[in-house]
Design a protein around this ligand. Structure first.
Ligand code: 5GP
Ligand code: ZN
Length: 116
């Protein structure tokens, strides 16, 4: 398992920084965003350190499919019948602030498009 000990989200996975867990299995961790932009706003991340969407390869992409399975399951459990938005930001222009692949899941209010 690749981890980067100067990475904020690797520290959250390791329990060195506290977080509000939504879901966890051997491959992924999901937790509440510290600065929610919607009534429901959590992040789903691979436990393996992947720097962002731009670092997904044939070797590590299976976890991305798993993340989307997990998102669908959590959405059913949370009864997000009104819908939800899944976002990943890659790089500066997109506003990525943490260089560990993460999928924002937001729900509970109508969303506009394009997103910002
Ligand atoms: P990005 O801007 O990279 O797409 O998303 C990073 C997200 O991580 C932001 O929504 C931000 O609120 C969240 N975040 C940053 N630091 C922490 C933290 O220490 N704990 C939690 N739970 N979320 C964080
Ligand atoms: Zn990391």
């Amino acid at each position: 398992m690749i981890v980067e000990m100067d990475c904020l989200f690797c520290k959250i996975i390791a329990g060195e920084i506290p977080s509000k867990k939504v879901y966890e299995d051997e491959l992924v961790y999901a937790f509440e965003d510290i600065d929610p932009q919607a009534p429901v706003h959590f992040l789903v991340i691979p436990k393996q350190h992947i720097a962002g969407a731009g670092a997904v390869t044939a070797e590590n992409s299976a976890v991305v499919a798993h993340i989307f399975e997990v998102i669908a399951r959590i959405a059913q459990e949370k009864n997000l019948t009104g819908g939800y938005r899944v976002i990943t930001n890659q790089g500066q222009d997109a506003g990525q602030t943490v260089n560990h692949l993460h999928f924002h899941v937001m729900a509970g209010r109508p969303m506009t498009w394009p997103a910002g």
